[in-house]
Design a protein around this ligand. Structure first.
Ligand SMILES: [Zn+2]
Length: 266
């Protein structure tokens, strides 16, 4: 009996260690029940489906700006990861940056680097640096693998921690729904499983660092969030839902700026 008491925590601990990975730069450990390649395959399929059902912006200038900012941040992150022997963490990513025509003040990034920006957010971002605040945040969600973490939590809660491939085979609709709700793309807003506060704060912090690495002054993040706060109104999915209050967020950003500035113009 005594041996069992010692043994059970040991098994639980080894399971936890086995199913955890570490977020680059912040060092936070996270639950990971799904391989990135499995999750990316599902993500790429859902992303193409989303694009086929939505209208790409006809504004060539803004579209090019979205692609340019995305590429600049992606290249900077890849360079940093290569220098720090972390390139394996970005293996299998297939970055894509698209601007869709929609009044929603929103943007998101699916696993594996599939970004969508809505035209409705451009009046708030105002310029290229403002856009880099938003895209840095979204790219951070993908690099920190928050989607895989959320999907792992969803599978654990709803399908008893089934492997993604098994879940897709046995419960394809339910598994796709978990994925879609994880991205705020489910048909019912009420069932959206938003990113957690921890993940949002982490995306803010990493987003500042990533935009700085790409040569965009991270101090602009404070102005951007002040404009967002002044706008007020209802919170659409991902970009605003469950994010920390504007005040908390702006205070946190001010606290992280000195660290982010170390990556600026290096
Ligand atoms: Zn977010």
């Amino acid at each position: 009996m005594k041996a069992l008491k010692i043994f059970i925590p040991f098994i639980l601990l080894s399971l936890m260690v086995y199913h955890c990975s570490t977020v680059p730069i912040t060092g936070r450990s996270q639950l990971k029940l799904i391989s990135s390649s499995e999750l990316n395959a599902l993500s790429f399929q859902q992303y193409d489906e989303f694009l086929s059902q939505h209208k790409l912006s006809a504004d060539a200038q803004s579209t090019n700006m979205v692609k340019r900012v995305g590429l600049n941040i992606k290249n900077a992150v890849e360079t940093y990861f290569a220098q720090h022997n972390l390139s394996k963490d970005l293996k299998g990513y297939a970055w894509e940056f698209n601007l869709i025509e929609s009044n929603e003040v929103n943007a998101w990034c699916m696993p594996g680097g599939k970004v969508v920006v809505y035209t409705g957010i451009l009046p708030v971002t105002q310029d290229e640096t403002g856009l880099a605040v938003v895209m840095g945040h979204e790219i951070a969600h993908a690099v920190a693998q928050h989607g895989g973490e959320r999907m792992s939590q969803g599978l654990l809660q709803q399908l008893g921690g089934a492997a993604l491939s098994v879940a897709l085979q046995n419960e394809p609709q339910k598994t796709q729904n978990i994925f879609m709700t994880a991205y705020g793309l489910g048909s019912t807003i009420g069932v959206v499983l938003p990113f957690s506060r921890t993940q949002e704060s982490e995306a803010d912090r990493l987003g500042l660092i990533f935009m700085a690495m790409a040569g965009y002054n991270p101090n602009s993040a404070v102005d951007f969030w002040q404009r967002m706060a002044a706008k007020g109104g209802d919170s659409p999915p991902e970009f605003l839902s469950t994010h920390p209050s504007y005040e908390t967020r702006i205070n946190d950003i001010k606290k992280w700026l000195p660290d982010a500035m170390k990556y600026y113009n290096k």
